[in-house]
Design a protein around this ligand. Sequence first.
Ligand code: UD1
Length: 340
Amino acid sequence: MRTILVTGGAGYIGSHTLVELLQNTNYRVISLDNFSNSLEKTYDRIKKISPRPLETLALDLCDKTRLYEALGRIGQIDGIIHFAAYKSVPESMKEPLLYYHNNLSSLNNLLSYANDNGINHFIFSSSCSVYGNADDLPVTEESPLKKAESPYGHTKQVGEDMISFFCKSNPSFNAVLLRYFNPVGAHMSGLLGELPLNRPNNLVPIITQTAVGKNALTVFGTDYPTRDGSCIRDYIHVSDIADAHVRALHFLMEGKNASNCKVYNLGTGNGVTVLEAIASFEKVTGRTLSYGIGDRRGGDVIAIYANNTLAKKELNWVPRFGIDDMMLSAWKWQQNLELE
Ligand code: UD1
């Protein structure tokens, strides 16, 4: 049986990917997390959805000595899906050094371990933030990477470069870099979703928290050069993102990659404004959301959405959910959280 290590498995996208791996593959699955922005009880939620065994390691990837010790006890690892990272654009503007240290030391340590132990299949969580303020939309994988608008985005650019140069130095190493657009929503069961430990920064958890009176939504800027003045993003259901990881893993394991460092956009291809996202939430839930209009937020790009043709063609991936499904599933999750 092949063994897959998932870093950041207790986090938002990691946990949904663990579910896909447990339900749709027969791999031995090991999750590593230091719970810096996640909770251990997420594993119990995963086990409610899938009864297959899930092994777990509580560990900080920046601690190289402990990392080598812990991974050394596992036996042969066949593939790594690397999610663990800090991911808030505004937090990274305030704490850039924290982001460079955490996101890049961890990646360096993990690549070193892979290099030293002959682990040749690697999937990296990248982000559409690597495109910066793109000149032409939708962006393809060939679109030039502009200057990153935030340290968060820059850590993803540097992370991609580290992997790409490592691939050049080590032709037997195979990597897929997945550029997520805006992952939102929750598992359709309502049993799993985003669980921000601190006050969330992302739009959809703020919307659902506002609807239950636990937050106050402000739209950051309505004076952008877009159809309604608010920023445009490509929201993509988290379970579609998770599904793409399983497909990317099969693609690597089956040796289908033409080059040893492949990049794919993971978005629906639809640009949605902040005000349209709010309207979708109001439509599917039948609730009116009260919100304010505020200033632009530092680090935000104006508009971005994906050309996803390559992932569809080469990974055989098709996003199944639209913005209404994303909002409804996020709302179901928020309502379940309220019952706890
Ligand atoms: C960014 C990345 C995305 C990454 C995510 C991780 C870009 C373009 N995208 O998403 O790839 O997965 O970080 O966190 O860099 N907004 C409000 N009010 C709020 C919160 C957000 O109006 O209270 C607006 C933002 O200004 C933005 C949109 O909603 O226009 C989405 O924001 P958010 O959910 O924070 O994600 P991004 O920063 O776009």
